[in-house]
Design a protein around this ligand. Structure first.
Ligand SMILES: [Zn+2]
Length: 89
């Protein structure tokens, strides 16, 4: 009955990383530097960014704490990107 474990270890979850202080700091810096969604900006739309997203995902070898590997995204663009990535996997 108690065999249901949390989804840990599955697909090398990055949960720990996303809870780290270093990440929270970097994420904040990124969103302060680029407060608008970069995807929307390409279409000349100004949308406040809500997430700092890894351009190259960590589990695909992307640098986790390199600001150059981050882009600011709004929730809509982020969801679109995540949907694509999980599809490719
Ligand atoms: Zn956007």
């Amino acid at each position: 009955m108690t065999e249901r474990k949390p989804q840990e270890g599955r697909a090398h979850s990055n949960t720990k990383f996303y809870q780290s202080t270093a990440w929270h700091k970097l994420r904040k810096v990124k969103l302060e530097k680029a407060p608008l969604c970069e995807e929307c900006l390409k279409k000349s739309i100004h949308t406040p960014a809500k997430v700092a997203d890894h351009i190259v995902p960590i589990n695909q070898g992307g640098a986790p704490l390199d600001i150059a590997n981050l882009q600011s995204l709004c929730n809509t663009c982020h969801n679109k990107k995540s949907a694509k990535e999980s599809h490719a996997r």
